[in-house]
Design a binder for this molecule. Structure first.
Ligand SMILES: Nc1ncnc2c1ncn2[C@@H]1O[C@H](COP(=O)(O)OP(=O)(O)OP(=O)(O)O)[C@@H](O)[C@H]1O
Ligand SMILES: [Mg+2]
Length: 429
């Protein structure tokens, strides 16, 4: 009962905040990811820039030492210059070389990578190749020196020198990954808390609603029951006073029928709004089933519907509430009888399920089935398709079953008709 009210309240409350939280988290994750990738790419570029700058300043330093007559185009001078500077920069430089326009080495010092690495950029061996053309020196008349045209300084720089930038980029990546992970964990936690909060609110709402229905039902029962009983009694007396073939008999029967329906409505409403505490005791399920059969027999006979009870053992002892269980069985058997046409058959089968912990009772009928109606909706209070129905039978029955630690289901049978399934723990405790 409270379950149905609670589910309705939850359905109404949940989607908006949930969707909002998920969207905000997704946007935040995308922003963090985007900014991290941008920083990573920028830092990678910065590393290349750093190494190029370093190469440029060494090349400038070398070239500045070639100023003076007879030095610039003198390869022997270049050789000794490169050897001296190699000793100075050996910490960060793998080789230094001077090459002509065809790439031929004119002077050089350092590892044999000089010849292998013919391109500028980072090589596989952790060496960044940097090349810079010699600036065009001019003679006093302003003419360019044709000998050094196309000569280039080539050097291999240890790229590990710029590894601190790489480390910075990776640590940035790791921090962002951690931030995204933390954000996801936090939002899952937030969503769970939100769910719990909504459920709690819905439960509070359902309980308040039930409380007011209970109060209303109690005062209705008080106000209606006695006058209704008097009206019904007096009508029955009038029925007895009149001859059976009197034309007023049909109208009086309608009055009695309606009075009985109102009585049932008040009783069901009270059962629904003020559920009784289950009185648990040891009972024999098969005995209870035959009691129920005796109780429903007159109504089934009047409707010309048969009831067959199938059990696979003589006695089945369970710990449960006999009166609650009886009420549920009466409700669902009457529903099956109402759905069956004259000559219809109801089969009640009880099976102890394999885990040895619960028993299942199935009530199958040969009626039209649920005719496309949603079973969950039929369990809602006051939903009925019968002119004389209160629509509380299934709602009260499910409430009783949940109170007994079991469950109640209604579904269509493949061959036609409906099946009502009660699942009950063998031991309520
Ligand atoms: N075995 C069944 N076959 C087909 N429809 C069913 C069956 N059992 C229940 N229903 C449908 O579910 C509705 C709700 O059932 P519920 O027992 O709650 O109320 P009711 O039977 O209409 O009224 P009341 O129980 O007060 O007589 C019924 O009106 C009926 O349409
Ligand atoms: Mg019913």
């Amino acid at each position: 009962m409270t379950d149905d009210l609670r589910k309705t309240a939850q359905k109404e409350a949940r989607p908006i905040p949930r969707r909002l939280v998920i969207s905000v988290v997704c946007i935040l994750c995308l922003c963090i990811l985007g900014s991290t990738l941008f920083t990573f790419v920028t830092l990678s570029r910065f590393r290349t820039l750093y190494l190029s700058n370093r190469g440029h300043s060494i090349a400038e330093a070398l070239e500045s030492q070639t100023r003076g007559p007879g030095r610039r185009h003198n390869t022997a001078f270049w050789q000794s210059l490169l050897e001296d500077n190699y000793a100075v920069y050996s910490d960060s430089v793998a080789f230094l070389a001077l090459i002509d326009q065809k790439g031929k080495i004119l002077a050089g010092k350092g590892s044999n990578e000089i010849e292998n690495l013919e391109y500028a950029g980072e090589g596989d061996a952790g060496i960044f190749i940097f090349e810079q053309s010699l600036s065009r020196s001019r003679n006093p008349r302003g003419e360019a020196n044709p000998v050094v045209a196309g000569w280039r300084i080539r050097m291999g720089l240890y790229s590990s020198d710029a590894d601190f930038i790489k480390r910075l980029a990776f640590s940035q990546l790791a921090v962002s990954a951690l931030a995204i992970l933390a954000l996801i964990v936090l939002s899952i936690h937030l969503l769970r808390t939100l769910d719990r909060f909504i459920e709690m609110k819905a439960r509070e709402g359902a309980e308040a609603q039930l409380k007011s229905i209970g109060t209303m039902a109690a005062s209705l029962a008080h106000e209606i029951r006695n006058p209704l009983g008097t009206m019904k009694g007096l009508t029955q007396l009038a029925q007895e006073d009149l001859p059976p073939d009197d034309e007023a008999q049909a109208r009086l029967r309608t009055v009695v029928g309606e009075a009985e329906r109102l009585e049932r409505l008040v009783t069901n409403l009270l059962d629904f709004a003020r559920p009784k505490e289950p009185q648990i005791c040891e009972l024999d399920l098969n005995n209870l089933l035959s009691d129920v059969k005796t109780m429903v027999q007159p109504r089934l006979e009047a409707a010309n519907v048969s009831l067959q009870i199938l059990t696979d053992q003589h006695s089945l002892s369970i710990q449960s509430d006999p009166s609650g269980l009886r009420q549920v069985l009466l409700n669902v058997i009457f529903n099956a009888a109402d759905a069956s046409a004259s000559g219809g058959k109801i089969v009640l089968e009880s099976v102890r399920v394999e885990d040895g912990k619960s028993v299942v009772i199935r009530i199958d009928d040969s009626g039209p089935g649920l005719a496309g109606r949603d079973p969950d909706e039929l369990f809602q209070p006051f939903v009925t398709t019968k002119s004389q129905g209160t629509g509380l039978g299934l709602a009260v029955s499910r409430q009783i079953m949940e109170g007994l630690g079991g469950e109640l289901k209604l579904e269509d049978l493949p061959q036609g008709g409906a099946r009502c399934t009660l699942r009950l723990p063998l031991n309520k405790a």
